[in-house]
Every structure is written in C-alpha cells, then in structure tokens.
Design a protein around this ligand. Sequence first.
Ligand code: AP5
Ligand code: MG
Length: 210
Amino acid sequence: MKLVFLGPPGAGKGTLAAKATTLFNAPHISTGNIFREAIAAKSPLGVKVKAVIDAGKLVDDAVTIELVRERLAKDDVKTSYILDGFPRTIAQAEALTTFSRVDTVINFDVPDSVVIERLSGRLVCRKCGFNWHKSFNPPQKDNFCDECGGDVYIREDDKPEAVKKRLEVYREQTAPLIEYYRSKGLLVDIDARPQVDIILENLKKALRRP
Ligand code: AP5
Ligand code: MG
C-alpha cells in the first residue's frame, strides 16, 4: 500500500507514521527527517537547506522532488511506503505522478491551537528521530530517548516565529493538495485531535486493515 500522510505541521504525521510503518509493513519516508539528517551530517544538501528549514519555509521543489525520486527508486519501496511530508506543493504532487502511483492520501486534520500546543512541547531524538512531547508523551529519563538512548532536542523550526511561518506556508502551498487529491478520489480525512492510539484505530478502519 502506497500512502501519503498529509497535514499541517504538528498534526502527528511523524508519530503516526512511526507506528503505521510496522503495522502496514510499509517503509516510512519523511522528507523532513532526511533533511534534518543531512543538516546534522553537514552534507552539501544539509548546508544548502538549513537556513530555509530553520526559518519555516519550504525547500525548493526541484531539490525535494529529486530526493524523493531517488528514494522511491530503491527496492524496499516497490510495493509499499508511507510518504510523510511529501508532496507539499501541487508541483511536487504532479511530479510524483511521473514516478509513482499513490493508493491513498490521508489528510490528518487538526486546528492551529492543537498544532501550537504540540509543537511548543515537542522533543526530538537526535539519533532515531522519535518525536516526544514534554507533557503528552515525555521520555522516562529527562533529555534522553527511551527508544534508543539518544539525546533529545528542540527543533529550531519549532520556535514560535518559525511555527507561524510554517502554518502560513502550509495554508498557501500545501492545503490546496487536499482538494487536489479529493478530486482524484484518493483522499481520506482523519481527525488528528484524539490520542495517538485512537487515531491509529481510525486509520486502520479507514484503510480496512485488521
Ligand atoms: P517536517 O519535518 O515534515 O515538518 P512538518 O510537516 O512541519 O511536520 P512536523 O514534523 O513538524 O509535525 P508532524 O506532523 O510530523 O508531527 P509529530 O508527529 O512530530 O518538515 C520540516 C521542514 O523540512 C519543512 O518546514 C520544510 O522546510 C522542509 N521540508 C520537508 N518536506 C518538504 C517538502 N516536501 N518540500 C519542501 N520542503 C520540505 O507530532 C508533533 C508533536 O505532537 C510531538 O511532540 C508528538 O509527540 C505530539 N503528538 C503527535 N500526535 C499527538 C496526539 N495525537 N496527541 C498528543 N500529542 C501528539
Ligand atoms: Mg514530522
């Protein structure tokens, strides 16, 4: 099953994808995680995109499309994947149709107030990328990830100014994908306000998965 996880920043795409990847036996591909790994490694890609990402803006389409095109050419994603954070513009969605056929697009719906609450408390593991939350899902040991022992940090783009920018960018450039995919009959809406396990159950039902 080839899935796209769509939704505003902080909707829970990464958190849900980390669980759904095992449930659906579908590799999780997060463009945000790929960019953050490149930034941490100070690779040419990382150096190129750091300032744009920290400011809450989008990396340009050509760079992002090429990255995903290369990733989707690998053998492990021939029959299934979860694309988290791609496509994010109509141009990216159009490009995707030239190298892969998506089965379903999940639109994780949450109001801005929930986004702000979630992003202002997010802690991310530097090693495995797991998304913790200071109040909703804190790691047992302060500052360390329960999953892998890595240290946790606050994303530069989770600062209030960058979150504001990301929400604007989402509305202008990404939200039009909702109607784009709905008109193609590919969209499933999921309420992303409840607890993670409830959202996952609703997702399984919507995809008719046991
Ligand atoms: P990316 O990393 O994709 O960021 P995003 O889309 O803004 O989404 P987030 O990762 O912030 O949120 P999420 O929905 O994954 O929520 P999470 O599960 O962490 O992209 C980062 C940047 O990279 C972009 O701004 C852009 O610059 C660039 N980029 C990436 N893709 C690109 C593309 N295609 N084109 C161009 N540029 C691109 O959850 C958030 C918090 O809430 C966590 O703390 C979590 O523990 C908590 N939480 C989650 N679910 C729940 C729940 N149900 N109840 C309570 N708490 C919850
Ligand atoms: Mg994410």
